[in-house]
Design a protein. Structure first.
Length: 142
């Protein structure tokens, strides 16, 4: 299982093992996924405020966010969706409150820095990790 690590821009991403099934370092924020993140999941509050949730791959987003009417019907009828059974805690998220978008240039740049070894996952405290500049990068800035 991977850690959920916050990028300097504040976006949560996965850390995954260095050598996973695809040979990538940065993984989808879903703890069981080795896919490359490409999208940001956003939550829209009842006040209309948009909050960034995390970095995910597109297949995860398509699996987790469904049209509001479909989510309502699943709640009423005991939940069947695309041949997959969901308990009430694993229902898809409604597109009324959730959406996704591609990375901004800033978010993509941070993912690229991780891939290039310029940002490394750093242990902060039990269960808390953060992407920080590699030691060589800190020395260059001083």
């Amino acid at each position: 299982m991977q850690n959920r690590v916050k990028l300097p821009c504040g976006l949560l991403t996965g850390s995954g093992p260095t050598y996973n099934s695809r040979g990538t370092l940065v993984t989808c924020s879903d703890v069981f996924c080795d896919d490359e993140p490409t999208h940001v999941m956003e939550h829209i509050t009842w006040e209309g405020k948009v909050m960034r949730w995390g970095a995910f791959c597109e297949p995860y987003m398509l699996k987790r966010i469904a049209p509001d009417a479909e989510v309502e019907a699943a709640l009423e009828h005991g939940v069947q969706r695309q041949g997959e059974s969901f308990g009430t805690t694993r229902l898809p998220l409604s597109d009324k409150s959730w959406r996704y978008r591609e990375f901004t240039d800033e978010e993509r740049a941070e993912i690229d820095q991780i891939k290039n070894g310029r940002l490394v996952e750093t242990y902060i405290s039990p269960g808390a990790f953060k992407w920080q500049p590699a030691d060589g990068e800190k020395e260059q800035r001083v």
